[in-house]
Design a protein. Structure first.
Length: 67
């Protein structure tokens, strides 16, 4: 598994976990919980990717050839 795939799995896992926690914690009807979970998961997942790229741990966005 390459750097990009590993990062995608980590971002998805972290984002999904935090999103689900926040969605359930806030509560409400099922549609609202689902939307809150999705939005928080996307934000947290994006933040994980952005922080890894900014820190220089992942260079796949800069390397077009994938090498």
């Amino acid at each position: 598994m390459g750097e990009a795939n590993t990062l995608a799995v980590l971002a998805g896992g972290v984002g999904g976990s935090v999103g689900a926690f926040v969605g359930v914690a806030i509560g409400g009807d099922p549609i609202r919980v689902t939307l809150i979970t999705l939005v928080v998961a996307l934000l947290v997942g994006g933040a994980v990717v952005a922080s890894a790229v900014i820190a220089g741990d992942v260079e796949f966005l800069v390397d077009v050839d994938g090498e």
